[in-house]
Write a new protein. Structure first.
Length: 166
């Protein structure tokens, strides 16, 4: 397991993202893997559905009103997570992704730690997320962080909705 001191997590508003800090590549990998797991594989980011391709092409615009966290080990971007503000003191975690080459080293935990601390500091009371049921490792991670399965707000088949208080 990686010592969290080895992982640097930087969170910033999407509109303030650097032009190329490796986030676009992480988002492309996330979406390409997700499409393949859903049974609709795409060879490259240009073939992604429009809304996902827009995130990869221009994360600054796609996440302008969100908080974006990027985990780095040395000069390499190795993980990402997006927090979207919602009405009534809530927020939603999206796009948690860790480069498969460094999984199991605490990067997802470091991203969640940073995101939950930032949401707490901003007055958010409840954080929610959705995850595909086949991503059992992610579900286990979320449960370790106190997320519990809740009634779905998204009717897509095989999607698990979870939330927790901050």
């Amino acid at each position: 397991m990686t010592d969290h001191h080895e992982v640097a997590v930087v969170g910033r508003p999407g509109r303030d993202l650097p032009v190329d800090d490796g986030l676009a590549a992480l988002l492309a990998a996330y979406h390409l893997r997700t499409e393949a797991e859903k049974g609709a594989p795409v060879a490259e980011a240009e073939g992604l559905p429009d809304r996902y391709r827009a995130e990869v092409t221009d994360p600054r615009t796609a996440f302008a009103d969100d908080m974006v966290f990027v985990a780095r080990i040395g000069d390499a971007s190795v993980g990402c997570l997006v927090v979207t503000p919602l009405p009534r003191g809530r927020a939603e975690i999206k796009r948690l992704w860790t480069d498969p080459d460094v999984r199991g080293r605490g990067i997802g935990s470091a991203l969640l730690d940073a995101a939950l601390a930032r949401t707490a500091d901003s007055g958010v009371a409840t954080v929610r997320l959705s995850v595909w049921e086949w991503r059992t490792g992610a579900i286990t991670l979320y449960e370790r962080f106190g997320f519990a399965v809740t009634k779905s707000w998204d009717e897509r088949d095989q999607l698990v909705c979870m939330e927790r208080s901050v």
